[in-house]
Design a protein around this ligand. Structure first.
Ligand code: ACM
Length: 261
């Protein structure tokens, strides 16, 4: 299957402009699964919950429609981050969309730093969704720091993790090698570049989007300077083999009765 990331440079609050950037970057490409960054159409550094609410939307909104048209064009599924407004609730969410519409929404469970002042924490468990090409799980950015996230997806059969991100620390790319190795699955981490100086926040996003293999290998890592689309071919069936050695099955050898929660 062909997976890919779109590394973008969103302009804060300028949804149409951010849609156009994705359109220009993805012209002519075909992919079974394409991953865009966290909050790709709105930007990240909200100064208040009210500001984020004003840019929030549901699965009937313009971002879902844009992603559906992108999925039609690329011939596969698309995963991308958006601020999900649901009544008075607001989530840092990601949707999985195909040419037929929204397949799933994941609400970020582990909020990072000042996101805690803006968003409600995700209220649904990690989940896995069947695509024609593979079983895909969603997590968002800082979820990388919690091994339980990727493990929950692996236990449900995820072969590929779609991982929209807005990274500002240097740890995730190397950590994802371990997340993928210890669960024997693939991950597509789509990060953004650029800076946002808004209110008390002065953030620089670190790029280096990454496709990680199920043995912890970096199949591709981008740079931190430009926008780009990168496609990688992988065999999702490799993620079905959880044996690290003939005598060690990474899921069956767990001893949950001895783990603290
Ligand atoms: C992050 O979770 N956006 C760092």
């Amino acid at each position: 299957m062909i997976v890919g990331y779109v590394q973008t440079s969103p302009a804060f609050g300028l949804q149409e402009k951010n849609f156009r950037q994705v359109e220009e970057l993805t012209g002519g490409i075909k992919a079974d699964l394409l991953v865009l960054p966290e909050l790709f159409a709105t930007g990240y550094a909200f100064t208040s919950r009210e500001e984020a609410l004003s840019l929030g939307e549901g699965t009937g909104g313009p971002t879902a429609a844009f992603l559906q048209s992108l999925a039609e064009r690329t011939g596969g599924a698309v995963a991308a981050g958006f601020p999900e407004k649901d009544g008075i609730r607001l989530y840092n969410a990601a949707m999985l969309v195909s040419e037929v519409g929204v397949l799933a929404v994941y609400r970020k469970i582990h909020l990072f730093a000042r996101e805690k002042f803006v968003f409600d924490p995700g209220d649904r468990p990690f989940a896995v969704y069947p695509l024609p090409s593979c079983a895909v799980g969603l997590m968002i950015c800082f979820d990388w720091a919690f091994p339980e996230a990727a493990r929950s997806l692996a236990l449900q059969g995820a072969q590929v993790i779609a991982h929209p991100a807005n990274l500002v620390t240097p740890y995730c790319q190397e950590a994802m090698r371990t997340r993928c190795l210890e669960n024997r699955l693939f991950a597509v981490t789509a990060n953004r570049i650029g800076s946002e100086k808004r209110g008390e926040q002065d953030l620089t996003f670190t790029g280096m989007s990454q496709v990680t293999g199920c043995k912890g290998e970096v199949l591709h890592r981008g740079d931190n300077t430009g926008t780009e689309v990168r496609l990688v071919e992988l065999d999702p069936a490799a993620a079905l083999d959880k044996n690290l050695t003939p005598l060690n099955h990474l899921l069956d050898d767990r001893r949950p009765e001895l783990y603290l929660t």
